[in-house]
Design a binder for this molecule. Structure first.
Ligand code: ATP
Ligand code: MG
Length: 283
């Protein structure tokens, strides 16, 4: 049986639980236990702090884990990145006081930087030939410049709101991150097969996010033009209607392009357009 390590509570917990649920895997609600047996897949769930997940997977305490790539990189653990999961998006960035005369990375030479990500920062400065003082602090990194503990910070940013509130300006995006499924190297063949099954389920969910299923009636004469607008998984599905002048067209459209495409299709004479949510997309 496969054992997966996930964050017990925090920013990744809810999306991780939702992903498992959508993949048909349910874990008992009495989850303040360290470990729980799932149903719907031969899986044991180990609830950990996110910091501990990369190591748990490298050591084989868990076979796989769901964790931010930022934690994997910071801990320097040698694990396999199986797939990115499309949530927990953030970046680790360098930020300086708003009024600083920032003129490029060389600004950091000889400065004091507060961070909870010293390893990633050290590597970045080495690559850029910068010598700076890295001060590792565990939390509230963003207040360090205001209280005189540092000249700048290297911290997680998602919207950037926290930086602005603290009079800071993001100047270098060093590490873009999101949650990923990671695994231990060299799993035995049985576990590897289970990981592949799990990835197959996750893939279909991640791929279907942000996609819509669209159906419409269209004058057959405009079909070629419509097909050019609507590439589907292969190409759109065309179904004949009793009225020979018309057909029904089905396609999968990225949500971000939905309205733009619908306007083009309406201009071609599309009618009765239905937009449906897409739950899974199995390639
Ligand atoms: P734990 O108690 O498990 O150690 P934590 O306090 O270290 O939790 P969270 O704040 O729950 O961590 O964040 C977990 C992960 O969520 C981060 O490592 C990062 O990958 C991701 N994340 C996404 N957006 C943000 C954000 N705005 N701030 C912090 N982390 C974010
Ligand atoms: Mg943590």
């Amino acid at each position: 049986m496969l054992r997966i390590a996930i964050q017990a509570k925090g920013r990744l917990n809810e999306d991780t639980m939702a992903l498992l649920e959508d993949a048909g895997i349910s874990v008992s609600a009495s989850k303040r236990k360290l470990i729980a047996r799932a149903s719907g897949f031969p899986l044991e769930v180990l609830y950990l702090r996110d910091d501990d997940i990369p190591q748990a997977v490298q050591m084989g305490v868990a076979d796989v884990g769901i964790v931010g790539l930022n934690e994997v990189a910071e801990k320097g653990m040698d694990v396999v990145e199986e797939m990115r999961l499309g949530f927990g998006a953030c970046r680790i960035s360098l930020a300086v006081p708003r009024e600083a005369d920032y003129n490029g990375v060389s600004w950091f030479e000889g400065r004091r930087i507060a961070t909870s990500y010293p390893h990633i920062l050290r590597r970045y400065f080495e690559e850029n030939g910068i010598h700076a003082e890295i001060h590792e602090i565990a939390g509230s990194v963003e207040i360090a410049p205001a209280v005189g503990m540092a000249d700048a910070i290297f911290d997680i940013v998602s919207s950037g709101g926290t930086l602005v509130q603290n009079g800071l300006r993001e100047v270098e995006v060093v590490f873009p991150s999101e949650a990923a499924l990671i695994s231990k190297h060299d799993l035995d063949p049985e576990k590897r097969a289970d990981v592949e099954k799990l990835k197959f389920r996750f893939r279909s969910i991640v791929d279907s996010r942000g996609m819509k299923y669209v159906l419409m009636n269209l004058p057959k004469a405009r079909l070629d033009e419509a097909v050019a607008i609507l590439p589907g998984m292969r190409s759109p599905t065309v179904i004949s209607l009793a009225d020979e002048e018309w057909c029904s067209l089905h396609a999968v459209i990225q949500e971000s392009e939905l309205w733009e495409k619908i306007e083009l299709l309406k201009a071609l004479g599309a009618e009765g357009i239905l937009v449906l949510a897409l739950e899974n997309m199995i390639r």
